[in-house]
Design a protein around this ligand. Structure first.
Ligand SMILES: Cc1cc2nc3c(=O)[nH]c(=O)nc-3n(C[C@H](O)[C@H](O)[C@H](O)COP(=O)(O)OP(=O)(O)OC[C@H]3O[C@@H](n4cnc5c(N)ncnc54)[C@H](O)[C@@H]3O)c2cc1C
Length: 361
């Protein structure tokens, strides 16, 4: 294969966003081990955009992403944020957790049950409400990013796991499936595999820990029209549910550390989800229609890793995207491209909060 300017490893939503942003600055090879993009975490998420989610740094990146989602709609790149369904954080009666956070309005138990009649006021203490939370069309993002990448001369190389890399004469020489690729810059957007992929490049692993999160689809309670109802999360984050194509997506909000792999849910986690849902709402889970699990990857401070490796030349991280990688993807791609091209930033404090060097120090 001829040489590239950038090699991006991993065609999840982060790698797609980064590849599309970088394609404005040079020729990009986006390399993916699976047959299709977004096969792992990015295709298994709850796909909701929530401004109050995560640390201050994550909220700042989400705010930037909101502007870029709007820009993508205006330019016709993609239209991925649906109408707002809202998210409600509820405190069950007898619990001490509150769920208070920026961007949220307080609700009484009665107001919470009115907004989402799956809930019963007598089982709640109070709630917090973020009315602007919206569904995300991940497939529209994937399609738009690939289109932009290809329009700018970039290419997706699927079914090609990166197995080795060597830095010679200012270039990375990367073995990916049957291909040999070269570029001065490599970007590690390999999700739960970020540490083992870094090791292939001679970089020190930064402690990216994949954690399994499970979900299933259940029938909604009879007689309740769920289509426009808000997502519900309990204040302890031990449960969430949201409408999904006529059914309810229900999760025990599990976070079990695992090795990076093509993961699936354990029966016990699904049973726990059903039990917690029944206790919170009073409705029995009658039927499960399917289940899945995905990896959410974290470093200990739960901020992302965006930027240059502190020790290895031409090697960049875009990883540890926890439970916010989809909603922040447009901003992640832009920030990564700024780091690679050396563009000036208006927010040095944010850059420091996400810099890989903070872990290595
Ligand atoms: C149940 C669940 C609910 C979630 N809900 C939300 C939500 O509502 N909102 C939100 O924003 N986020 C949510 N998330 C988190 C979100 O899914 C992740 O943050 C995001 O998908 C991470 O994107 P990624 O591109 O880093 O990882 P991935 O999508 O996992 O992509 C990494 C890619 O790298 C590839 N790869 C790995 N190793 C190699 C190699 N050696 N060679 C080539 N390719 C390689 C993998 O095959 C994979 O395709 C949720 C996650 C789960 C599991």
């Amino acid at each position: 294969m001829p040489g590239f300017d950038f090699i991006v490893i991993g065609a999840g939503i982060a790698g797609l966003a980064a590849a599309a942003s970088l394609s404005r600055h040079g020729r990009v090879a986006l390399v993916e081990q699976e047959e299709h993009p977004c096969y792992h975490s990015s295709g298994r998420s709850a796909a909701i955009f929530v401004r109050s989610y995560g640390s201050g740094a994550v909220q700042a990146i989400t705010t930037r992403a909101a502007a870029l989602f709007a820009e993508a709609r205006e330019t016709g790149l993609f239209d991925a944020l649906g109408t707002a369904r809202g998210v409600m954080i509820v405190t069950p009666a007898g619990s001490a957790e509150s769920g208070e956070a920026p961007f949220r309005e307080r609700l009484t138990a009665e107001e919470a049950a009115r907004l989402n009649p799956i809930l019963r006021a007598d089982r709640l203490d109070h709630g917090w409400w973020e009315p602007g939370a919206s569904d995300i069309d991940v497939h529209a993002m994937q399609t738009g990013y690939l289109k932009l990448l290809r329009a700018n001369g970039g290419t997706l190389i699927a079914a090609s796991p990166v197995r080795g890399a060597e830095f010679r004469a200012g270039l990375w020489h990367v073995a990916a499936g049957g291909e040999s690729l070269s570029a001065p810059v490599a970007v590690n957007a390999s999700g739960g595999w970020a540490d083992p992929v870094a090791a292939l490049f001679g970089a020190r692993p930064l402690g990216v820990l994949p954690k399994r999160r499970s979900a299933m689809l259940i029938d909604p309670p009879a007689g309740i029209d769920i289509a426009g109802l808000p997502m519900v999360v309990d204040a302890d984050e031990t449960l969430f549910f949201k409408p999904d194509a006529g059914r309810l997506m229900l999760s025990p909000a599990d976070a079990t550390p695992v090795e990076p792999h093509d993961c699936w849910p354990e029966d016990i986690d699904l049973a726990i989800a059903a039990d917690r849902y029944e206790k919170l709402t009073g409705h029995p889970v009658m039927r499960m229609h399917g289940s899945w699990a995905g990896l959410r990857s974290f470093v200990p401070d739960e901020n992302p890793l965006i930027g240059a490796d502190p020790a290895v030349p031409g090697f960049y991280w875009l990883a540890a995207l926890g439970g916010f990688g989809v909603q922040t993807a447009p901003a992640l791609g832009a920030m990564l491209a700024e780091a690679v091209t050396g563009a000036a930033t208006s927010d040095p404090a944010l850059l420091a909060a996400v810099s890989p060097a903070r872990i290595a120090a």
